[in-house]
Design a protein around this ligand. Sequence first.
Ligand code: TRP
Length: 485
Amino acid sequence: MTDSTTRATFGTKLGIIAATAGSAVGLGNIWRFPSQTAQDGGAIFVFVYLACVAFFGAPIVLAEFILGRAGKANSARVYSNLAPRKKFHYFGYFAITAAFLIMGFYMVVAGWTLEYLELSLTGELARMNDFAALFDALRNDAGTQIKWTVVFVLATAGIVAFGVKKGIELASKLMMPLLFLMLIALCVRAVTLPGAGDGLAYLFAPNLENARSAGPRVLTDALGQCFFSLSVGMGCLMTYASYFGKDVRLAKTAGTMASLDTSVALLAGVMIFPTAFALAAQPETMTETLKAGGPGLVFVTIPQLLQSLPGAQIWSVFFFVLLVLASLTSTISLLEVITAFVQEEVRVTIPKPVVRLSKKVRRGDGNAVLRQEYRFSRPFSVLVISAGVIALGVLCSFSLVENSSLKIFGMSIFEFLDFLTAKLMMPIGGIFISLFAGWQLDKKILAAELTVAGTLSLRFFKVYRFLLRYVAPAGICAVLVCGFL
Ligand code: TRP
């Protein structure tokens, strides 16, 4: 086991914000949030989502930080460190499986961003006019998707193999502020398009009619989106928090991270929906079109928006570079969860026959067998995991092609993995985490982790612990049950 003195730590406070927000901000905000909002009819989904962030998401982010820093290990060993001789590390195995499955489809979408970056660089995107057809062609072209998926996996692997500080911190620190500025600029452009008002209304003015057709699914969709977007519920933030120094204020960091993540999602909405309504060929049927939009929505709307700008090609290159980087900081965090686990926990024992040993170790037949234990180095761990992720990505890519028979419960493998992880595994993981932190974790440790330099409001502590023990687990269960009815 790696002890706390040899574990890497993050360099600066800014680095911590950048890395955790870098994990959270990604395709979940810019691609998944608008798609889900569109499918579920707009504003009501957005409000349920915001409520989920406030009551479940952000508190569980904080719980992951607490467990990670107190347990100082990968997301499975955290549990055995904090509750020795109990079986809670199975929570960790569950989380690590989720991380792997998420990467399977996430890398494919990240691959799409690379294709769009290439199209921007060559100038093709700026000359195009049918973006829906363009996206359709891409999703039916498994070869291209696989090519970019592999490129993306290898890029992520390179950074993760490099170590914690140098790779992750630098990448996040550079791109986060730029992405934010670019989104604001694009939002300004979107809301000043003639006809943009309808899009804003769709996003922020609750409309029962729109939400009704989606039904109770809105609940699970919003819950899943909350967990997915915050990277919470499966040990990703726990792993990061194990690299935090003692002086980091966890509650403040959790609050900052959740606010940044939620702002980026809302900005993405403000960028996408006004554009979709303003530039639609038939605005009357827009609500229906959005509902059916699916995963292509963003990849159709954003190029349209970019094209409406003077100097479209430059904007477009710039935007997709930032989107690639935002995705990269998220894939890094996903791969890091599994890597920390494989590197620290997996041991391969290879029997090594030894002839003529001293009597002490000699077995009955005179030949002793010694067992040599090997651990995986960081680069080797990364390599093995990446191979698995690529295999899953290939399956996902083929499953997207029209008439593909790669289906599970009527969903393509791509959709199934998204559904399984975001709407089931992560909320369930969230329940585990909040129950563990609320009931199992020593109250003193909980208090100590929340306090930096001994200043903790007793009120906050009590409310927070109550939330972890009762409100979050029961609330998440209720949402899951109602949503699936
Ligand atoms: N939250 C990221 C996004 O919005 C994706 C992500 C990174 C993630 N790490 C995660 C999702 C861990 C779930 C769990 O794009």
